[in-house]
Design a protein around this ligand. Structure first.
Ligand code: G4P
Length: 538
């Protein structure tokens, strides 16, 4: 292929994550997307992840699977001359703040729902993060080969949950035993369903939608019912507006059956045709000692990116970590100098992984939208901006998400207090857990969004800092970071709830709550206090 310009390289990139509830079909769909785009050799890694689903959360198991999860946390495919990066959102027992943070590194999300169950709890949590960031969302309604809910009913639920209208791109004819296929509204053709996982997408028979005689003849009353409900859906939805989708104000909806390879190509094509390429990003730079906003275009020649995930090496004899950088601009080439903006220190990683190099020989470069992973022995924090040193800028930080689970840390040997503090500070920096110090004193609190985070931290405190700790339950179920317009307002608030106030690792003030009503009540009592579910990394 001829050498492309920086602009062309960025324009052909798509970076997305799949959001779903366990068992909706994320693994199956991921595998099919990789298969049909031609990235076959990576499909094994997806299977590896799948095997881990059934594993216990036993620590040794986690350790064994690290290799797999590093390899499969970014999957890259080349499809129709586009480079599509799929970032894994760890789920099930792996659910952690990393799951949320991955969503800060993508330009679009693909929501997969089980047509029998609709939008489920884990998806709802992830949707919230997408909504906060106005991330465009594509919707895939999976398992149409089963006895599932009425498509109109599903659309209605998706609209309510997402808070944006659905625009069907395909429409199912029948379901379960009578599932006849999908009508592709853009191509004006029906793709006829056949079960089986060996079939390639191009093998499915198609019938033009204008040939109503043939459709009636083959699908009878199922076709009549589908045509009618499709008309109802079309009447109730707005017309497709690409700009509205990009602004997260519409979601295109596709129906299919991932396990049967059905409806998958439509999704892959939509990622290329509809999902956005990397966009310009806001950063701050210093001019004459004053912070000034600077917009960085993805084809800006200077390399820049943000660390959105830091993964510790679980092998205690290797204390290195892997930092994952989502590139925002420029081009990465091997051997390039990397600089941490926060400290102005140069990084000399022993190895840098780009994910394109797995696929094509001798290609070892990355562009905006791509993810690179490099080893580090410290000096890199979550949210750090990395550049090639030719520019000085800082991207607005990575958010911290309000924890939903809390535990009290009790040190078994009080002589190890200093080590505990050091350990928690480092694990907090890495984003493994959030640490809160209650203002009234007492033991520290750990905050997480996934149970496994506690197990990991407890294990690592023992293995890496020689701190044997016990974790005990506590009544908190949420936290909100607090700000106020005036110090007097803030003081009135903290005076009213002294036992609920805590400082996090960055000394940001948080209000601990035991139920969502707490926040509502506190907000009613103190209407001028701002309660934030996210805290931006300083
Ligand atoms: P997840 O990653 O979202 O957790 O879901 P995964 O892909 O593992 O799929 C969950 C189960 O749903 C799997 O069955 C999978 O085969 C099945 N599945 C996925 N897509 C479809 C579909 O379109 N139709 C039907 N009928 N089933 C689907 P399992 O029994 O848990 O695993 P397996 O033994 O089949 O691998």
């Amino acid at each position: 292929m001829a050498t492309l310009s920086l602009l062309d390289e960025t324009r052909r990139r798509r970076t997305f994550a799949i959001i779903s509830h366990p068992d909706a079909g994320k693994t199956t769909l991921t595998e099919k997307l990789l298969l049909f785009s031609g990235a076959i050799q990576i499909a094994g890694a997806v299977k590896g992840r799948k095997a881990s689903r059934h594993a216990t959360s036993d620590w040794m198991e986690i350790e064994k699977q690290r290799g797999i999860s590093v390899a499969s946390s970014v999957m890259q495919m080349l499809y129709r001359d586009h480079v599509v990066n799929l970032l894994d959102t760890p789920g099930h027992k792996d659910f952690s703040e990393d799951t949320y943070r991955v969503l800060t590194a993508v330009d679009a999300a693909l929501m997969v729902i089980d047509a029998a169950n609709g939008v489920e709890a884990q998806t709802r949590r992830l949707i919230e993060v997408c909504r906060q960031r106005d991330t465009p969302i594509l919707t895939f309604v999976n398992k149409m080969d089963r006895e599932v809910r009425d498509p109109l009913d599903i659309l209605d639920e998706v609209e309510r949950e997402l808070g944006m209208p659905c625009v069907p791109m395909t429409w199912p004819v029948g379901k379960g035993k009578t599932f006849g296929g999908i009508m592709n509204l853009r191509r004006q053709a029906m793709t006829v369903f056949e079960s089986g996982s060996e079939r390639r997408p191009q093998d499915f028979d198609t019938v033009p939608l204008t040939d109503t005689e043939a459709l009636r003849g083959r699908f009878g009353s199922e076709y009549e019912a589908a045509a009618e409900s499709m008309e109802l859906a079309a009447g109730a939805s707005p017309t497709w507006d690409h700009a509205a989708f990009l602004a997260a104000k519409q979601t295109p909806v596709f129906f299919g059956s991932a396990v049967n390879n059905f409806g998958v190509m439509e999704v892959l094509d939509a990622l290329v045709d509809l999902a956005p390429s990397p966009q310009s990003r806001k950063s701050t730079t210093v001019v004459n000692r004053q912070p000034v906003e600077r917009i960085v275009a993805p084809d800006d020649p200077a390399f820049s990116g943000v660390v959105f995930k830091v993964q510790a090496n679980m092998d205690p004899s290797h204390r290195d970590r892997i930092a994952f950088v989502r590139m925002a601009s420029g081009k990465y080439t091997p051997g390039m100098k990397l600089k941490v903006q926060r400290t102005s220190k140069e990084l000399r990683p022993t190895s840098v992984v780009t994910f394109l190099s797995q696929r094509r020989e001798a290609v070892d470069e990355a562009y905006a939208g791509d993810i690179i992973g490099f080893t580090t022995h410290g000096g890199v924090q979550l949210g750090d901006t990395i550049t090639d040193g030719s520019v000085s800028l800082q991207y607005t930080g990575l958010p911290f998400f309000a924890p939903e689970l809390f535990m009290v840390v009790v040190l078994k040997n009080p002589l190890r207090t200093k080590q505990l503090q050091q350990g928690l500070a480092q694990l907090g920096e890495e984003g493994a857990i959030q640490v809160f110090r209650p203002e009234i004193g007492g033991p520290m609190l750990l905050g997480a969004v996934g149970q496994l985070q506690f197990e990991v931290v407890q294990h690592r405190l023992g293995a890496e800092y020689d701190c044997d700790v016990r974790l005990e339950g506590c009544p908190y179920t949420g936290a909100r970071w607090i700000t106020a317009d005036t110090p007097a307002e803030l003081k009135a608030f903290t005076d009213a709830y002294p036992q609920r106030m805590a400082l996090d690792a960055a000394n940001a003030l948080a209000f601990l709550c035991t139920s969502p009503y707490d926040v509502r009540l506190a907000q009613e009592r103190f209407p001028k206090i701002h309660f934030h579910p996210l805290r931006e990394h300083a």
